[in-house]
Design a protein around this ligand. Structure first.
Ligand SMILES: Cc1cc2nc3c(=O)[nH]c(=O)nc-3n(C[C@H](O)[C@H](O)[C@H](O)COP(=O)(O)O)c2cc1C
Length: 214
């Protein structure tokens, strides 16, 4: 495969439009509408989002799963000692990006991140399958590991350790973060690359909506 194939990949976006008169004044409600569309539209993993953080002034990005959203923000779970956890400890500002290809839509959210309560982390931890709970004990996320066998030995160790323990305690290094948005942009692909972009910005506790050039 050569680059002419790569450069020739293009698609015209024709499915939908995003007009000021049809959107909610509240971006969380607008997100709720679009998230439901993504579920109803059979988007694969509609809750997968790119989480971008800051490492020594430079960007660092990876995919995580959205596990809830409301007026307080957008919640995801991870290892607090992972690279992303360390980066959020250094600078709490982050961005979330969703791409729902079947709907030709993107959502970009920026804001400040804080840890969720211990109770909320416990509740979500215990809602996960036991194998995932064990996995959270096994993985020293983002640390170098010399081989897969190390992980499998550690998995066997924790399976034995927690064999008769219920509930399995949540590892102290594992829990949730919530990103409280200051801006949310909704992007709808349109023909001729003249896409619709509506940006919600929080100004003095009120959401202001502006249209951006595509
Ligand atoms: C579809 C998908 C979902 C993922 N969900 C999560 C998640 O919810 N939490 C998480 O910590 N990592 C998740 N990961 C793994 C992360 O992308 C990443 O590899 C890991 O968190 C380590 O990132 P870090 O070294 O930057 O901290 C997911 C990866 C993919 C591809």
């Amino acid at each position: 495969m050569d680059n002419s194939l790569v450069s020739s990949l293009r698609k015209s976006y024709e499915l939908n439009e995003l007009l000021e008169e049809n959107v909610s004044q509240n971006p969380i409600e607008q997100f709720r509408t679009w998230f439901k569309d993504a579920i109803d539209g059979d988007v694969k993993e509609p809750n997968a989002m790119v989480l971008s953080t800051i490492k020594d002034g430079k960007p660092s990005a990876r995919v995580v799963l959205l596990k809830g959203f409301d007026t307080e923000g957008f919640t995801f779970f991870t290892n607090y000692e992972s690279h992303k956890g360390q980066q959020l400890g250094g600078s709490p500002y982050a961005a979330l990006t969703f791409f729902w290809d079947g709907l030709e839509r993107q959502v970009r959210i920026e804001g400040e991140v804080s840890k969720v309560s211990e109770g909320d982390s416990d509740a979500y931890f215990w809602s996960r399958p036991i194998s995932s709970q064990i996995g959270a004990w096994v993985s020293k996320q983002s640390e170098e590991v010399s081989g897969r066998d190390v992980l499998e030995k550690s998995q066997a160790f924790f399976e034995e350790k927690f064999k008769n323990v219920s509930p399995i305690p949540r590892p102290p290094h594992w829990g949730g973060y919530v990103l409280k948005p200051s801006t949310i942009e909704f992007w709808q692909g349109r023909p001729s690359r003249l896409h619709d972009r509506l940006l919600y910005s929080l100004e003095e506790n009120t959401w202001k909506i502006t249209r951006l050039n595509p």
